[in-house]
Write a protein that binds this ligand. Structure first.
Ligand code: HEM
Length: 342
């Protein structure tokens, strides 16, 4: 059982990193857009997991997805280097629902709640430093990695602080390095999103497997670095709207299966790339939700909103997220209170 004061301190520590945080909004992943669609399980999904949304059914499962920018600032900067989020709610009928929360980093910066507190102290947004081409050459001549310049127009970033943290803590290096290289996607549906933690899925006959989930875009990955002209700083929502008016967008739900010896409780450690991956189903995004208040701003996702057949691992960060998201929901004045297992 996590100490109840921890949830409050976790949310406070995130808010402290974004001095322009606006009360009533999410402290992180603040800018987002809600989208409606459906999920169709693959033929093999049911042989790995008994959860309701992986079973054959007459109609596909209805879903609501909230895509977001990772920053906790209320200012929209789509063109900045940032993590993006994809929070999916599978509506199973009646009051039943399950959530899958994912983001564009393959792993997390830290392994425990105490490390999270230290990390957020260092991750303050500071003025971006740029290096001239001459400085880059000098860096390379002295065998120092040249500073990665952020996309044009970006003025603030947490990179300096997170790099300083990674210099002191080896476990943070992979995620910090990846976060610095993410850039900006050309579309919310042209990025890969990872649920990061290990979960257990239960198959028919009670077979229990450790797994990690990710969403892969059928349209492929593309960032603004791949395009000739950098788009304006508020293009992602308009792009999605225009795209879905033309044609639905699809994402594949991939499940990586852990093997003996794989790390189950530390989201900073990736699993070997050769682990088996199973396609669990296809998400079809059909339209931007008409009511963005109800289907985006006033939603509250939680990685613990699970159904029989999917279980959380003992990862201490996953454990802590349960109450932190609840604390944040209450602060935002979101009254919706669906069942969350203890
Ligand atoms: C201890 C670690 C973490 C803490 C304390 C934390 C905390 C939070 C909080 C408080 C929110 C706002 C919730 C709300 O107001 O509804 C949030 C949102 C979010 N977090 Fe985390 N988080 C953590 C780790 C992660 C990880 C590992 C992921 C990767 C899957 C993640 C992905 C997201 C996403 C995508 C959102 C936006 C959800 C939405 O659209 O409503 N977080 N986080």
């Amino acid at each position: 059982m996590v100490d109840p004061s921890v949830a409050k301190r976790l949310v406070d520590s995130i808010i402290a990193d974004f001095p322009d945080h606006k009360a009533g909004t999410r402290p992180i992943h603040t800018i987002g857009i809600g989208v409606k669609g459906t999920f169709e399980p693959s033929e093999v999904a049911r042989s790995y997991c008994i959860a309701e949304h992986f079973q054959p059914r007459p109609d596909p499962v209805k879903v609501t997805v909230r895509f977001s920018n990772g920053s906790g600032s209320p200012a929209q900067h789509d063109g900045w280097n940032d993590v993006r989020g994809m929070a999916t709610r599978f509506h199973l009928g009646g009051d039943r629902a399950t959530d899958l929360i994912a983001m564009t980093l393959g792993g997390f910066f830290v392994r425990s709640v105490d490390e999270f507190f230290d990390f957020t102290k260092d991750a303050l947004q500071t003025k971006v430093k740029r290096e001239s081409p001459w400085c880059k050459i000098l860096d390379m001549l002295s065998l120092k990695p040249p500073l990665q310049n952020p996309p044009p127009g970006q003025t603030q970033s947490g990179d300096a602080g997170t790099l300083a943290y990674a210099d002191k803590h080896r476990f943070a290096q992979l995620a910090v390095f990846q976060a610095g290289m993410l850039g900006a996607p050309t579309s919310y549906v042209r990025a890969v999103y990872h649920a990061v933690h290990t979960f257990f899925v239960v198959g028919p006959g009670g077979v229990r497997r450790p797994v990690r989930f990710s969403w892969k875009p059928v349209a492929g990955v593309e960032t603004t670095k791949d395009t000739i002209k950098a788009p304006a700083d508020d293009y992602l929502q308009g792009e999605l709207r225009a795209r879905l008016e033309q044609w639905p967008a699809r994402m594949m739900l991939m499940m990586m299966i852990g093997e003996a010896g794989d790390v189950l409780e530390d989201p900073s450690v990736p699993w070997p790339a050769r682990r088996a991956r199973v396609v669990m189903g296809t998400l079809t995004l059909e339209e931007v939700a008409a009511d963005q208040l109800a289907d985006c701003e006033k939603m509250s996702f939680n990685p613990w909103r699970l159904v029989p057949g999917i279980e959380p691992s003992a990862d201490p960060l996953l454990q802590a997220r349960r109450d932190a998201y609840e604390d944040s929901r209450k602060r935002r004045g979101v009254t919706q209170c669906p069942f969350l297992p203890k």
